[in-house]
Write a protein that binds this ligand. Structure first.
Ligand code: HEM
Length: 213
């Protein structure tokens, strides 16, 4: 515990927490996208998959609680770092996004992070914590995406997720000290690929489901 509080007390320690929780969330998103792609196979397959997950019982509850906990630690730590940076450097650097160095992803991390947390809470209420009727979870998803408002909202949210991941993924490796010069280009490219796969994959699903119903 001493090690934990001592590590968290330093800026690099906080970044370490952010990197680990962020990478765990990236892993979850890849798994979640793979599972959600079963929406393409129709109601029976998707509901069977959801039932299989529910069958994990307490293990699923622990995993869900862990994810929400990691998301909260990630956002709270990020905001704390943002606040400390602002206090340490109240006058902004004149070098801006257009001057190189910064990207859209890096410049907007705190804002996209808060937006994703807001989306996540809404998303959990909409799909996880809502009673499922006859048609199972598929019916819930289909009902939501039959409304253009939710299709648009989800597409916007996925753009925000993609922008956040495009910087966060490689930045996490940099914090963990795994960003050796040799791998720099590869990690930057991998970040962009992951961001595009998640953004396009998740963004396509509401359009597809909305079009099917
Ligand atoms: C088109 C995009 C998405 C769809 C259709 C979708 C669908 C779903 C559904 C149906 C559930 C409830 C599963 C159940 O209760 O049986 C769920 C849960 C969840 N979703 Fe999503 N999701 C999407 C995007 C996202 C994104 C971008 C995130 C994270 C930023 C996310 C995070 C979660 C979490 C943390 C849970 C709770 C864990 C779980 O029950 O598996 N989802 N999602």
């Amino acid at each position: 515990m001493n090690w934990l509080t001592a590590t968290f007390g330093t800026a690099i320690g906080k970044k370490l927490f952010m990197s680990l929780t962020g990478l765990i969330f990236c892993l979850f998103l890849v798994g979640h996208l793979a599972g959600n792609l079963l929406l393409l196979a129709g109601a029976d397959t998707f509901n069977a998959y959801a039932a299989h997950l529910q069958g994990l019982g307490p293990l699923l509850r622990v995993m869900e609680a862990g994810l929400v906990f990691f998301a909260l630690v990630h956002v709270a730590t990020g905001l704390l770092l943002f606040y400390q940076n602002q206090r340490a450097r109240p006058v902004r650097y004149r070098v801006n996004a257009s001057g190189g160095g910064q990207t859209l992803g890096s410049a907007t991390m705190p804002y996209t992070g808060v937006l994703i947390l807001g989306f996540l809470l809404f998303h959990l209420v909409q799909f996880t914590f809502t009673a499922k009727g006859e048609g199972g979870v598929y019916a819930l998803v289909a009902a939501a995406f039959s409304q253009p408002f939710y299709v648009g909202l989800y597409i916007l949210a996925m753009v925000v997720v993609a922008v956040h991941v495009s910087h966060g993924f490689w930045s996490a490796f940099q914090t963990l000290g795994l960003n050796h010069g040799k791998y720099f280009g590869f990690l930057r490219a991998a970040s962009v690929v992951l961001a595009v796969v998640l953004g396009a994959g998740f963004g396509f699903l509401p359009v597809f489901v909305g079009w099917m119903v």
